[in-house]
Design a protein around this ligand. Structure first.
Ligand code: X6L
Ligand code: MG
Ligand code: MG
Length: 186
């Protein structure tokens, strides 16, 4: 076995949650392509896929509307190696980082990795701003495990965001993911 840290020493399988966003080009196609590519990675299996939501841009508001989703995955990769795999996929899908908070073909953010808490320069877990972003909370609520520590908080915050009617988030497309075939259905 190799001694570099491509996989955690214990080779355990962990559950992780990934947020996806796109606001340039074929947004829906890019999200679906990203999910297929994540699932095609030998160290990652896509478990659940949220619905697709159209969301008003936040942070920098003068840009096109986003489509956002969240997926759950199982992985044998460590948190850092999972993150690096996602950044590599962003580049393969044409992500160019020009302007902070600016438009992007694809954005892949690691939200949660098991119950890991870490605060490193490269990666903070849980994602430090996930609980105040409705475009993350609403799709996360679709897929988060009932048993997860944050399930109840995600449920109530996402419900509050939707009921306020001010959050600029609407259901865009319902998704059915079949991990056996690695394909989408409507
Ligand atoms: C004050 C200052 C309040 C900054 C909010 C919020 C900054 C979110 C950045 C903020 C602030 C972000 C997406 C997006 C971005 C996305 C939608 C970010 C980073 N990504 N808007 N804006 N969906 N709807 O995926 O999330 S840029
Ligand atoms: Mg993001
Ligand atoms: Mg990002």
């Amino acid at each position: 076995m190799s001694l570099d840290m491509d996989y955690p020493a214990e080779q355990t399988i962990q559950e992780a949650y990934i947020a996806l966003g796109s606001n340039i080009g074929d947004r829906a196609g890019l999200l679906q392509q990203a999910i297929e590519m994540i699932h095609a990675h030998e160290g990652i299996q896509v478990l659940k896929v949220s619905h697709m939501y159209e969301t008003d841009p936040v942070g920098y508001v003068d840009q096109p509307a986003f489509l956002n989703m969240v997926i759950s995955v199982s992985t044998c990769l460590s948190p850092i190696l999972l993150l690096r795999s996602l950044l590599k996929l962003e580049l393969q899908l044409g992500r160019i980082r020009k302007q902070r908070w600016g438009p992007r073909t694809i954005d892949l953010d690691l939200l949660l990795y098991d119950n890991v808490i870490m605060d490193q320069e490269e990666l903070m877990l849980p994602h430090p701003r996930m609980m105040d972003r409705p475009f993350v909370l609403v799709p996360l609520h679709d897929v988060i495990a009932d048993s997860h520590l944050l399930q109840e908080q995600v449920a109530s915050l996402s419900q509050a965001a939707l009921q306020s009617g001010k959050e600029g988030i609407t259901l865009w497309k319902t998704i059915n993911w079949h991990s056996e075939s690695g394909h989408f259905a409507s």
